[in-house]
Design a protein around this ligand. Structure first.
Ligand code: AMP
Length: 380
């Protein structure tokens, strides 16, 4: 199957060719035709599967056909759970949007930065990617209206539909036209999502791509049994001895993230932190530097566990286990993406062992446990 057979326009085909996207990924192959046909779609595919382009390309094609695009109002609303994902998804829309004939305009809006520039830019936007809180603020200020939205897209839909966004999501939903196309994409499908999809999607095309195992198999996993006190030295030992060019470290709290970064820096490892307590400009800078390969270690909370695409990331370290096994899979999924092998290292304390067992069971893969006591951590 080629992109050409999927009914994409010559300008999009040229853009795909430039990006060296030789053929559609499975989710793209399955999702593009029903989206082009105006159907509702529920797509379950792992991050790294080309999910974003699978909804961006046909949505852009549909807009291209829209002769009423001259009225400058939001036609496509993409809701995402994090600011970083908003930027990333908007980049994909922008990348393809600027090459198509109708020249659609795209924008990402998210909190943590000044609202005024967003308000000004909003006037001419057709495709808006937003985090729910900032979108509601903009609506309140009458900077945007949603009455012309033809397509609603929820990326990381299970997150968007769970308790943390429920109130905001319901407020937004009320402002959308009832007749619209709904596209839900998620790497995981939880019970909550099952429930809501009855409300949201009329006879949706359900697409489930299951490369999960293969993707997880691509990741070379190891785990170390270690005491809390030795985690810091072990992390530094692992980074230095393996000569990791880049490593993404997950911890459970903002306090811990800052602590790890400080200690890494003191020990000569270039490290940045991203967490909810950081200003948006610091978050954006840190991610941009990391994506550009300019910083060796990025330490974060589960804020970055979902959706964020970092090309050729060689290694993820779970400094602490996440509460949910699903988040573990999301975290390690930051590496081993797009057919590149990756490595995931998990630090486990004695009291984590039962929980780690549950995680492995859910993941369907057992990880060899090494003993940090056998490593000489002196000097780290
Ligand atoms: P996503 O799942 O949307 O985060 O995409 C993961 C990565 O795959 C991104 O870096 C995309 O640029 C890349 N990608 C998406 N579709 C294709 C394709 N058909 N061929 C090659 N790379 C792709």
């Amino acid at each position: 199957m080629s992109f050409k057979n999927l009914g994409l326009s010559p300008s999009l085909l040229r853009a795909l060719d430039k990006l060296n996207y030789k053929q559609p990924t499975p989710i793209q192959e399955k999702a593009i035709p029903p989206i082009l046909a105006g159907k509702d779609v529920l797509g379950i595919a792992q991050t790294g599967s080309g999910k974003t382009a699978s909804f961006a390309l046909p949505t852009l094609m549909n807009l291209q056909k829209d002769t009423r695009l001259r009225n400058r109002c939001v036609k496509v609303l993409v809701l995402v759970p994090t600011r970083e994902l908003a930027v990333q998804v908007n980049e994909v829309f922008h990348q393809f949007g600027r090459v198509i004939e109708n020249h659609v305009r795209t924008l990402a809006v998210f909190g943590g930065v000044s609202i005024n520039p967003q308000m000004q830019k909003l006037q001419n936007v057709h495709i808006l990617t937003a985090t729910p809180g900032r979108l509601l603020e903009l609506i309140e200020k009458k900077a945007v209206k949603l009455s012309d939205v033809q397509t609603l897209i929820l990326d990381e839909a299970d997150k968007m539909l769970n308790k943390s966004f429920e109130k905001e999501f319901q407020s937004i939903l009320k402002l959308l036209p009832r007749k619209r196309q709904n596209l839900l994409f998620s790497a995981t499908l939880s019970k909550d999502l099952e429930g809501i999809r009855e409300v949201l999607l009329k006879e949706p095309t359900v697409i489930k791509i299951e490369p999960k195992k293969t993707n997880i198999e691509l990741i070379n996993q190891s785990a170390y049994l270690v005491t809390d006190a030795k985690k810091g030295p072990l992390l530094r030992y692992l980074i230095k001895n393996n000569d990791f060019k880049q490593v993404l470290v997950f911890a459970s709290s903002t306090y811990k993230v800052d602590n790890i970064v400080n200690k890494l820096k003191k020990n000569g490892v270039d490290a940045f932190a991203i967490h909810s307590g950081k200003s948006q400009s610091a978050r954006t800078n840190a991610l941009a530097h990391f994506k550009a390969g300019k910083v060796q270690a990025l330490v974060t909370t589960d804020l970055l566990a979902r959706g964020i695409d970092i090309e050729f990331l060689p290694c993820v370290v779970n400094y602490e286990l996440p509460r949910s096994p699903k988040d573990f899979i999301h975290r390690i999924g930051r590496t081993g993406r797009a057919e590149n092998p990756g490595q995931a290292i998990t630090l486990v304390t004695e009291k984590d062992l039962p929980h780690f067992k549950t995680i492995q069971k859910k993941m369907g893969k057992w990880v060899d446990l090494s003993y940090s006591e056998e490593i000489n951590l002196h000097g780290y």
